[in-house]
Design a protein around this ligand. Structure first.
Ligand SMILES: [Zn+2]
Length: 239
């Protein structure tokens, strides 16, 4: 989750009403059909743990794990990849954007988990900024919804800074709510996180090369967390 961005979303909405700003294509290169590089962005890290209302693992841990899996799968699919972080370090948002903007013929994929004060809220959300990224966002969302127990919270536009300032098509995936017991329990399972990465990877490969090209793993691991695979998940202490 991106707390600091809630204000930005509100500002963007107001600006849109005023006709000053809307998701556009002005400064964006449309690499959505040509990209050879994928910038993989694991949300948060270091002193920024991410979601605070959670049952499952820290958001920064879960995002890095899924991003590392995604990175490996994309490399196996012959993409060049760049990770904004590959360990538990804090990377400022503008630096993440700069890393992405530096990569020619690329797309930017940011991995997050969500949280909400309403514990019942669960499911996937995929965000995009430029219309060039809409198709990819929709494809990722469709693939995620093929997972057991998935819930659809929609494909949305937002003024997240990592999306707004990107010069390439960029998406931000909220891979479930750590504040929801069911979502969080699934995220605590490594086999579930492997499938998450696989679905995102499949969507990216299909967006570039068409359906049926992606070589899925021989067998998708069981979605049900094995007891030894599940991180104990007491509710996070609230201040
Ligand atoms: Zn986040």
């Amino acid at each position: 989750m991106l707390f600091r961005f809630r204000a930005l979303v509100a500002l963007t909405s107001l600006a849109t009403i005023g006709g000053c700003s809307s998701p556009g294509t002005a400064n964006v290169r449309n690499t959505s059909r040509t990209f050879t590089t994928v910038v993989v962005d694991a949300g948060h890290g270091g002193r920024d743990g991410g979601a605070t209302r959670r049952y499952g693992p820290p958001e920064k841990v879960a995002t890095l794990d899924v991003a590392l899996r995604l990175n490996r799968k994309l490399r196996e699919s012959q993409f060049r990849t760049v990770m904004t972080r590959s360990s538990d370090v804090f990377i400022p948002l503008d630096e993440r954007v700069a890393i992405g903007n530096h990569q020619k013929n690329s797309i930017f994929v940011s991995v997050h988990f969500n949280d909400s004060g309403r514990r019942g809220v669960r499911g996937f959300e995929t965000y995009y900024s430029t219309p060039y990224a809409r198709s990819l966002a929709e494809r990722i969302q469709r693939k995620l919804l093929t997972m057991n127990g998935s819930a659809n919270r929609g494909v949305r536009t937002a003024g997240f800074r990592v999306l707004r300032n990107a010069v390439h098509p960029s998406v931000l995936i909220e891979c479930g709510f750590l504040s929801n017991r069911g979502d969080a329990n699934r995220v605590a399972s490594s086999s579930y996180r492997e499938i998450l990465a696989d679905k995102i990877s499949e969507a990216i490969v299909e967006e570039r090369y068409g359906p049926g090209v992606y070589n899925a793993p021989p067998r998708a691991p069981d979605v049900t967390p094995a007891p030894e695979d599940t991180v104990p998940s007491p509710p996070a202490a609230t201040p």
